[in-house]
Structures are given as structure tokens and as C-alpha cells.
Design a binder for this molecule. Structure first.
Ligand code: SF4
Ligand code: SF4
Length: 441
């Protein structure tokens, strides 16, 4: 695509990066077919190609964002299906991240939208605040119907609907410390404790630590870890996202320097995509660029790490049919497609892949709160495809997808690590029935 940026504009490294991305797009439109918002809404401006044109126009003319571009960029899930499809290697992720930051800097949203976003940004990344908010959600639940009728309060209704009626206690295993591996030492990793996941399902990381240590891997929970920054990053709040990134880079650099790390293990693929991008996000920071690149290079999804471990034979082979839902951040963001399925098969599960596996479930960070109508359409489409597999359990590697799919699916939705842990001698995952049918039945 031809671009017309002035030399003065290109002196801004963010604009220069976006210009390089824009020039790669040959406007072939292949990406439109796999874009969930284009498939759902049928509007070119809600397709990757349409958004690329809007972003180009906004940046080239050095214009503040307007209502039209904000509408169409807000509807983008950042699912990155377009990047998987694009034959020209257009890095839509970095382009839309830049556009979101530009919107945040130059556009004044309506008051309630601003308040909702500010509230999400100041609550979700902090486990103790998020835990308190979930406890308070019970008070608002009787008013969901009322909130749904008022367009400006729809995000509040969506939040209340997603909030679980009970939350598990905080996990002691999330506290900083070292969990020694059993038997011969096979590695040393840090684990991201994260934010929302540690509140909604602390058992995911507990299970991960339990399985890794049984396999002989030492697991460190470093002092000073926090939210990866993805939630605010996708809202265009760059300073907040970079502050989170720096905090984690410091925590992991300290762990690397104190005993070495083979990997930084991440159990939420949404976080993994962002942490693997820290090197890019902090590339202009002379103090952090090198350290961030080192952290990104060490980041591994738990399934990626386990796939490199040469696992023993499982203790039991459950034989259960599992629908594997590949989170967008897993398959498009990190290009991890093989390992989770291969691990499940090796562990004795029968894996089925739902139709339209490339399409997002509509979770996408805060998308299911801020764009609840499109999100619900995508969720229902996803659940229909999952249920058509005839599986008894859904496995996936991202807490956002688990919450989204479980909000309507009739079958249990669990993190992949819980099924693997079960097969390798751990307890049966909560919610999985004793009477679950096996593939042969
Ligand atoms: S597939 Fe790639 S090159 Fe083609 S329009 Fe989409 S982003 Fe541009
Ligand atoms: S990130 Fe997803 S929703 Fe956004 S343009 Fe690409 S395919 Fe469409």
C-alpha cells in the first residue's frame, strides 16, 4: 500500500513503525473472511482491511481520532485471526495497538464510557480490588435487567452477568517463594501469577506448580510480579501497560540473576502474547529494551514448555472426549496450535476440534464487557460448534475463554493443564463428573 507520511511524521518512531506495516498491506482482502467482526457484521469497516484504511487515513493526516474510527477500532477483538490469514505478513497487532494509543490520547469518549474504562483499568489488574468487586457484584445482580435496557449501562450488566456467584479463596501458592522439584532436577522456571486468573481460578496455577514440581521442575514465584499489562494495553493505556511490563521485567530479571531461569511459564495465553511482545513494547526504552527482549525470549505457554520436557507415560488414560478450544491469543497471537492437542492425546484424551476454530469466542479481555452484543453472538456461535463435537469436556488455555464459554455451555470448561495434571496423577478437575462418557462408549 502506498503511503504519504511526511519526513517530520516519520521522525516519530511509532508512526515510522506503523508506516512500515501499512506498506506491507496489498489490500487483497483475504483477511476479511476470517475476521469475526466482518463475519458477524458484514461491514468492510469492521474488517481488518477496512480498519487498516481508517488507521492509515487518521495517522497520515495527523488527525485526532473521531467517532467513526473509534467505533470500528473498538469493535476489533484484537483476536489476530487476520495476522494468521494475511499472506503479506502485515503486523496488524502493532498497528492496532498504535491506533488504540492514539485514540486514548486524542479522543474524548462520552462520560459513562470513560468511567467504565477507568474503572476496568483500575480494578481488573489488581487481584485484591478485583476480588472485592466480585464480592460486591452480588448487590448489583438483581438490577441486571434494568441495566440492560439502558445502552450506557450495558457494560455494567455484562460485568454482572460474567461475575461468578462465588469465588475461591486466594491461593497461598501465589505468594513469592520457590517450589522445589521432586527427584532429579529437570529445570527451573518462573511462573506468572497474573491478575484476573489468580482470583477467578487460582487452581490453574496451583495445578501447574504441582505438575511441574512432580516432573522435577523447580518453580519460582518471583517477588514483585503483577498483571502483564494486556488489559490496559488493549484499551490504549500505554503508560499503564508499559509500567506493568517494566515491573515484571524487573521481577524476572532479578529471578534470572539469582539462579537462572529456563523459562517464564504462563498459563493464560492472553498474557503470553503480551509478554512475548515486551521486547517490542519497550524497544525505545534504553534502560529496559535489552532486559525486556530477554524476558520475551524466555516466555513460554505452559503447553509449549511441557511439550519440550519429554513427559513420561501418564498414570491414567482418561479416554474422555475433549473439545479443544484454541484461544485466539494461543493460535493467532503465539502460533501455538500443535502442542496442547498433542499433550492431551498423549495423556489419553480423545481430542476433537470444533468447526470454525479460528473464530474468537468473543471474550477478548474486556471486549465481552465493552462490546457485549457482538461478544454474545460470537460466544453462542462458538458454544454451538463446541457442543456439536459431542465432547464431554472443553479444554482451553486462557481464563477469558473459560469464563466466556462456561457462561452458557452445558459441559464443563477447564484449563488444559488440569486435564494433563489429572492424567499424570493429579486430582480430577472440579466440575468434571465421575460419569463422564468415554470415547468408546
Ligand atoms: S490479508 Fe494482509 S495484505 Fe491482504 S488486505 Fe488483509 S492485511 Fe492487507
Ligand atoms: S484482530 Fe480480529 S477482529 Fe480485529 S481486525 Fe483482525 S481478525 Fe478482525
Amino acid at each position: 500500500m502506498q503511503t504519504n507520511f511526511s519526513a517530520a511524521q516519520l521522525a516519530d518512531p511509532h508512526v515510522a513503525e506503523s508506516e512500515k506495516i501499512l506498506r506491507k498491506c496489498v489490500h487483497c482482502g483475504f483477511c476479511t473472511a476470517t475476521c469475526p467482526t466482518y463475519v458477524t457484521l458484514g461491514n468492510e469497516l469492521d474488517s481488518p482491511r477496512g480498519r487498516i484504511y481508517l488507521i492509515k487515513d487518521m495517522l497520515e493526516n495527523g488527525r485526532p481520532a473521531d467517532k467513526e474510527i473509534v467505533t470500528h477500532i473498538d469493535r476489533c477483538l484484537s483476536c489476530l485471526a487476520c495476522m494468521t490469514t494475511c499472506p503479506s505478513g502485515v503486523n496488524y497487532m502493532h498497528l492496532v495497538d498504535h491506533a488504540r494509543a492514539h485514540i486514548q490520547e486524542t479522543y474524548k469518549r462520552p462520560l459513562l464510557d470513560r468511567l467504565t474504562r477507568a474503572m476496568l483499568a483500575s480494578v481488573l489488574p489488581y487481584p485484591s480490588r478485583f476480588r472485592t468487586a466480585l464480592k460486591l457484584a452480588g448487590l448489583g445482580r438483581p438490577f441486571i435487567g434494568l441495566f440492560e435496557k439502558l445502552p450506557a449501562l450495558k457494560p455494567v450488566a455484562a460485568m454482572l452477568k460474567l461475575a461468578p456467584s462465588s469465588i475461591p479463596p486466594a491461593s497461598p501458592m501465589a505468594s513469592p517463594g520457590t517450589h522445589a522439584g521432586q527427584g532429579a532436577k529437570r529445570g527451573r522456571v518462573a511462573i506468572l501469577t497474573g491478575c484476573a486468573q489468580s482470583v477467578l481460578d487460582p487452581a490453574i496455577n496451583e495445578t501447574t506448580i504441582s505438575l511441574l514440581t512432580r516432573l522435577g521442575v523447580e518453580v519460582v514465584v518471583p517477588v514483585g510480579e503483577g498483571c502483564c499489562g494486556a488489559l490496559v494495553h488493549h484499551m490504549g493505556r500505554e503508560e499503564a501497560a508499559l509500567a506493568s511490563a517494566r515491573q515484571n521485567v524487573d521481577a524476572w530479571t532479578n529471578a534470572i540473576e539469582k539462579g537462572g531461569l529456563d523459562a517464564i511459564v504462563i498459563t493464560a495465553s492472553g498474557c503470553g502474547t503480551t509478554i512475548k511482545d515486551y521486547g517490542f513494547m519497550l524497544r525505545l526504552d534504553p534502560v529496559y529494551a535489552e532486559k525486556a527482549a530477554r524476558v520475551s525470549a524466555l516466555a513460554r505457554d505452559i503447553t509449549e514448555y511441557l511439550a519440550g520436557l519429554d513427559l513420561p507415560e501418564p498414570v491414567r488414560k482418561p479416554g474422555t472426549i475433549v473439545a479443544y478450544h484454541s484461544a485466539c491469543s494461543m493460535q493467532h497471537g503465539q502460533k501455538i496450535t500443535r502442542q496442547p492437542k498433542e499433550l492431551l492425546i498423549k495423556a489419553g484424551f480423545v481430542v476433537r476440534e470444533p468447526r470454525e476454530g479460528h473464530l474468537c469466542c468473543g471474550s477478548a479481555g474486556t471486549y465481552n464487557i465493552l462490546q457485549s452484543e457482538i461478544s454474545a453472538k460470537l460466544r453462542d456461535r462458538k458454544v454451538k460448534n463446541i457442543e456439536a463435537t459431542g465432547a464431554s469436556i472443553v479444554a482451553t488455555g486462557n481464563i477469558g475463554c473459560i469464563t466466556q464459554i462456561a457462561s452458557v455451555a452445558k459441559l464443563p470448561v477447564v484449563h488444559t493443564i488440569k486435564l494433563l495434571d489429572w492424567a499424570y496423577g493429579g486430582p480430577k478437575p472440579e466440575g468434571v463428573s465421575d460419569k463422564i462418557p468415554l470415547a468408546a462408549e
